[in-house]
Design a protein around this ligand. Structure first.
Ligand code: LAN
Length: 769
């Protein structure tokens, strides 16, 4: 997509503040939006002319995503679980996208769009008018108004959360930068909410960072982000390469921008910025003693208060390090090394970058270093487009540049587990899905790995500055697509597992023949197994992107305030299970390949799953809400070892945990508060389709001896099914960093389809009353 022909409307980026009524309170014609999907690179386009509309017809998936009538037929009502599963699949399979994958919005976090808008504003790179209109619509739709979260007019950290300064100050700013008038009644309400929370000065670190570079705050209010940390020798326990990848990859461009104290050059003359300086604070802007507010934060934002140690370090940095010891040569060296690492990150991901926080920050770093016309800046701008997603409520920033690999792998598994993989009518769908995965596997390691001193084949988890401290990736899959370039342990595992499921399936009519071709050849399956073998922690468990590189004590340096457990990689039952169950399947196919290592991996990982179980029989989930999600995974791990309810104390406890929490209507419903508090919290709306499906899958796998409670849960799924086979969106499904929720809208198809099919397979497909 070309930057040049992006319509420049509203004039916001050149300082004009005139709000255009076109942006505010209007919406675009939904019938003109199309999702383009080029080998998993997904972008939304607004068609200008009728001719274009004719040339590029809307797909069923487009309509589904936008909440329009899909035109799909009503299906004969399901009488049995398998029929219900099939009806669900009938609807859901129509949402498969051209390259073979599934996609959907991936919203939830409310701090992503504002970062985009601020970055595009200060770099003079406006969005098109239709995009602006839809973003404004989205942000307003997510405002806490009416019955939504107390209706105080603010925004939370995520769409279901109570208002915070972070959410409110940043989304308010984004709306203003998009041309919304401060006199709009919803903006007045937002300001009053912001003032009730103490104004923008009570925002967390990241809010202060964005508002400082926009020129609305002064850099003195931002706690230090010294790039010098990157110069520490690798052996130091606090070196950034040891941190969780998201934290270090955000710290990187943030420290670069902080070091330069870069401010939007037109800030002082831009009337809009001058207005924001009045609107966001409770005191006159000129009178604010900025440095006094470095640590000011509203209780609503302060999920994870800064430690005494971090506060001490910040005082040292502000009072001694920065004024007296931060010599120019040191600053120069630190900035140069950071810039090098930023370039490596850009090269490794073709400017997509790890996630939608570091992506706009890296864009800004390139803009500062190389100027507005640089290739790096243009390419960043193009790739930023992949994060923008149009849903029925407007345009949001997705949490990643899509959910392509993840949802596709789970869809294959659901179809396989439900028994559809051998049915000729579903063959094409599955073949296309696995062909998509084939196309998305990484075939090369990160730039520099092969020439680095830690190179080996098969690879290890060893890392070095020569390849930007990245984890190996040849043979791996990421969460979204190949173009993003980041190995994730469980994404690799789930993709490999689903491929193995299909590629080892015998033709039911001729068991000497396999039903699917070897879409992914043997050597590449082995590369993927090699990757999984690099993923294990000393504990036996697996983490998300890399094995743990630093001590949990690094959490003392968690400066973000709004998130918990972010500084290092942790042990996760979800990721561990994905790796264990996949390697178990892999060794059945290739029993001689690295057999001892795989056996040891599986034994220690499953042992970790056992010890990670809580007294009450549950496991805490970090990526889905919450105990129902993690429980489903952990149970699967134990089942691969031949454990069942009959022979395993662990599984008996796991089942008991679930059964004690089953609702009257037969389902399960767990609130996101479980993630925040690490204690079971029932969902305020009662049973949820997705969580009910997770528990059914766990109970069926564990061979829970009493069919009755499972049958009641199955009945709930069937009752909630709509006439066309779909299920409606309920509460948010996913989480990260304990406090931020994120949506997985395809889960309401994937897991009920799987649960109903698995139930029918095990207990028979009798009519459900
Ligand atoms: C994701 C999305 C997918 C998720 C799973 C694969 C489900 C998980 O099992 C492993 C971790 C992973 C890959 C994951 C990590 C953190 C992400 C990237 C996200 C939750 C999506 C958005 C989030 C990212 C950190 C958002 C940016 C915000 C920050 C606080 C850095």
């Amino acid at each position: 997509m070309s930057v040049r022909n992006r319509g420049h409307v509203n004039g916001h980026a050149n300082g004009s503040t005139k709000p255009s009524q076109k942006t505010v309170d209007s919406r675009t014609d939904p019938g003109r939006w199309r999702l383009r999907n080029e080998r998993g690179v997904q972008t939304w386009h607004y068609l200008q002319s009728d001719e274009e509309v004719k040339q590029w017809p809307m797909t069923i998936a487009d309509r589904h995503c936008l909440g329009l009538d899909t035109g799909l037929p009503q299906l004969p009502a399901a009488r049995t679980p398998l029929q219900a599963s099939e009806n669900g699949l009938n609807y859901y399979s129509k949402l498969q996208l051209e390259p073979g994958n599934w996609g959907c919005e991936y919203g939830g976090p409310m701090f992503l769009l504002p970062g985009f808008i601020v970055t595009l504003y200060v770099t003079d790179m406006p969005l098109t008018q239709p995009e602006q209109t839809e973003i404004v619509r989205y942000i307003f739709n997510m405002q806490n108004l009416g019955s939504k979260n107390g209706g105080d007019g603010g925004w939370g950290l995520h769409v279901e959360g109570d208002s915070t300064v972070f959410g409110t100050a940043m989304n308010y700013t984004a709306l203003r930068l998009l041309g919304v008038s401060p006199d709009d009644p919803r903006m007045r309400k937002a300001r009053s909410c912001l003032y009730d929370l103490g104004g923008a000065l009570n925002g967390p670190h990241w809010a202060k960072f964005w508002l400082a570079l926009l020129g609305v705050m002064n850099w003195e209010v931002v706690n230090p982000v010294p790039p010098e940390l990157w110069l520490l020798p690798d052996w130091t326990p606090i070196s950034p390469w040891r941190w969780w990848i998201h934290m270090r990859m955000i710290f990187l461009p943030m420290s670069f921008v902080w070091s330069k104290r870069w401010v939007y050059p037109k800030a002082d003359t831009d009337p809009l910025i001058r207005q924001l300086r009045q609107e966001l604070f409770m005191q006159p802007h000129d009178e604010i003693a900025w440095s006094r507010y470095r640590n000011a934060i509203s209780p609503a934002d302060n999920y994870n208060p800064k430690s005494w140690l971090l506060n001490l370090i910040n005082y040292f940095l502000v009072l001694i390090w920065v004024p007296y010891l931060r010599f120019d040569w040191l600053i120069g060296r630190a900035e140069r090394w950071c810039w090098k690492l930023i370039q490596m990150e850009d090269a490794n991901s073709d400017y997509a970058d790890l996630a939608p926080v570091n992506s706009p920050m890296n864009l800004l770093a390139c803009y500062i270093e190389e100027g507005p016309d640089a290739h790096s800046v243009r390419r960043h701008r193009e790739r930023l487009q992949e994060f923008l997603w149009l849903g029925k409520d407007g345009m949001m920033a997705n949490g990643t540049n899509g959910v392509q690999n993840w949802d596709t792998a789970f869809t294959i598994q659901a179809m396989f587990e439900a028994g559809f993989a051998t049915k000729p009518e579903h063959h094409q769908t599955l073949l296309k899905a696995v062909e998509f995965l084939e196309d998305q596997q990484f075939l090369e390691h990160p730039v520099g790995y092969e020439k680095s001193p830690v190179y080996s084949d098969p690879p290890t988890a060893k890392t070095s500055p020569e390849h930007g401290y990245r984890h190996v990736r040849k043979g791996a899959w990421g969460f979204s697509n190949r173009a993003q370039g980041y190995t994730v342990s469980d994404c690799t595992a789930e993709a490999l597992k689903s491929t193995l499921m299909l590629q080892t399936l015998a033709d039911p009519n001729d068991s000497t023949q396999s039903l699917f071709p070897m879409v992914i050849p043997e050597h590449r399956l082995k590369w993927a197994a090699d990757i999984l073998l690099t993923m294990q922690n000393k504990s036996g468990a697996c983490s998300s992107y890399e094995p743990t590189r630093g001590s949990e004590r690094l959490e003392l340096l968690n400066a973000a305030e709004v998130f918990g457990r972010i500084m290092v990689e942790y042990d996760y039952p979800e990721c561990t299970t994905a790796c264990v169950t996949t390697l178990d399947r892999f060794r059945q196919l290739y029993p001689d390949y690295r057999a001892n290592e795989i056996r040891r991996f599986i034994d220690t990982a499953v042992q970790w799953i056992r010890t990670n179980q809580r007294e009450d029989g549950s496991w805490y989930g970090s990526w889905g809400i919450c105990f129902t999600y993690a429980g489903m995974f952990a149970v699967e791990s134990l089942c691969t070892q031949g454990e069942t309810h009959a022979n395993s104390e662990h599984l008996r406890r796991a089942c008991a945990f679930f059964l004690h929490r089953q609702n009257e209507d037969g389902g399960w419903g767990e609130s996101y508060k479980s993630c925040e508090t690490a204690k079971w919290c029932p969902h305020p709306d009662g049973s949820q389709v997705v969580q009910t499906a997770w528990v059914i899958i766990a109970l069926v796998r564990a061979q829970y001896p009493d069919k009755e409670p499972i049958a009641r849960a199955v009945k709930l799924l069937m009752q909630r099914q709509q006439p066309k086979g779909e299920w409606l969106q309920e509460g948010i499904e996913g989480v990260f960093n304990k406090s931020c929720m994120i949506s997985y809208p395809n889960y309401k198809f994937i897991f009920p389809i799987q649960a109903l099919g698995m139930y029918a397979k095990r207990y028979g497909d009798a009519d459900v009353e």
